[in-house]
Design a protein around this ligand. Structure first.
Ligand SMILES: CC(C)(COP(=O)(O)OP(=O)(O)OC[C@H]1O[C@@H](n2cnc3c(N)ncnc32)[C@H](O)[C@@H]1OP(=O)(O)O)[C@@H](O)C(=O)NCCC(=O)NCCS
Length: 293
């Protein structure tokens, strides 16, 4: 097996591997849109540094990454369409060829998004990548979303100060998750403009919980029209009363969509239990490797 930079004439074979990845994931997992437009994929690969593994002249894997600046740290971001392989040895050889260029640019955080299929996530595990994030989704119908007694649910006008106070609860939970690493500042936190539709739960006239519903741009693998739920938080005295469960159901019903999804850190156990208990089936996982120097 040999690994080399892709030549322009290799990209059609890479695009068909990506098409196969999404078709396999859509067969195995609910909430994955398996339709991939090969022309769009080819365009997106055009300028990227793509590595390919070849055996007997046939392409048996590929790897590329986007280098994303995140404050003082940068990440090599490997999305589900940015890699494919038939076995771990091929993936190891691809990673060994591609990663030195990322390291040379000072990028020591390598993050892979993989559909949640054991053979795929385990392959990255062999290379030292550990599960950090889940993306889970659930489809309609949603329960009526009735608030527990003494709570009121509604879609509210965006209040950046209240939203920032509630989003800080997510940071707090994640820092003690135990991840011991602050969340990357989310551009939505406290922004003057509403990043989406803002749903709240009120008790005695005060906002005690929030859920943001953000429309997805057309993205590979995400079912058309799906809405992303973000920044879900309930203030501590109001937890474990069913507020989050009813707010999520209320939000999903008011958004009138077939599918909603959310991401959460696997180490944030209350969040993990909450989303899985609320019927959000894992679709994809985020796996991270940090290179220590
Ligand atoms: C995760 C979070 C949003 C859940 O909010 P919540 O309002 O407590 O959620 P619910 O009350 O609907 O459900 C939580 C648990 O209480 C239980 N519960 C619900 N109503 C209950 C009641 N009346 N009596 C006892 N338990 C109850 C639920 O069954 C659930 O049990 P679980 O621990 O097995 O999952 C909340 O813990 C939080 O704000 N965390 C900090 C921010 C955060 O991490 N957000 C997630 C970002 S992805």
């Amino acid at each position: 097996m040999q690994v080399a930079r892709a030549r322009p004439e290799d990209l059609a074979a890479v695009a068909s591997r990506i098409t196969a990845t999404f078709a396999t994931a859509a067969q195995a997992l609910a909430h994955v849109d398996g339709s991939v437009d090969p022309t769009r994929v080819l365009q997106s690969l055009g300028g990227a540094h793509v590595w390919v593994a070849r055996r007997g002249g046939e392409i048996v894997g590929h790897l590329t990454a986007s280098l994303v600046p995140r404050g003082p740290r940068s990440e090599a971001w490997i999305s589900p369409d940015a890699w494919s392989c038939d076995d771990v040895d091929d993936l190891a050889a691809l990673y060994a060829s591609a990663a030195p260029a990322w390291l040379a640019e000072g990028v020591r955080d390598h993050v892979v998004w993989s559909f949640d299929l054991p053979a795929w996530t385990e392959a990255w595990g062999e290379l030292g990548f550990a599960r950090e994030l889940y993306r889970g989704a659930r489809s309609a119908p949603f329960a009526p979303g009735e608030a527990p007694p003494d709570y009121r649910l509604r879609r509210a006008r965006w209040d950046p100060v209240v939203a920032a106070r509630l989003s800080a609860l997510v940071d707090e939970a994640e820092e003690s998750a135990p991840v011991f690493r602050p969340r990357e500042a989310d551009p939505d936190d406290g922004s003057a403009e509403a990043p989406g539709h803002w749903y709240v739960a009120e008790s005695a006239g005060r906002v005690v919980a929030q859920c943001l519903a953000i429309a997805y741009p057309r993205t590979l693998g995400i079912p058309p029209g799906a809405v992303h739920l973000s920044a879900l938080a309930v203030t501590p005295p109001h937890r474990r009363h069913g507020v989050a469960r009813s707010l999520v159901a209320y939000t999903a019903r008011r958004e009138r969509v077939a599918v909603v999804d959310a991401t959460w850190r696997s180490a944030n156990r209350p969040a993990h239990r909450f989303w899985v208990g609320a019927g959000f089936a894992p679709v994809a996982v985020g796996l991270r490797r940090q290179i220590l120097v």
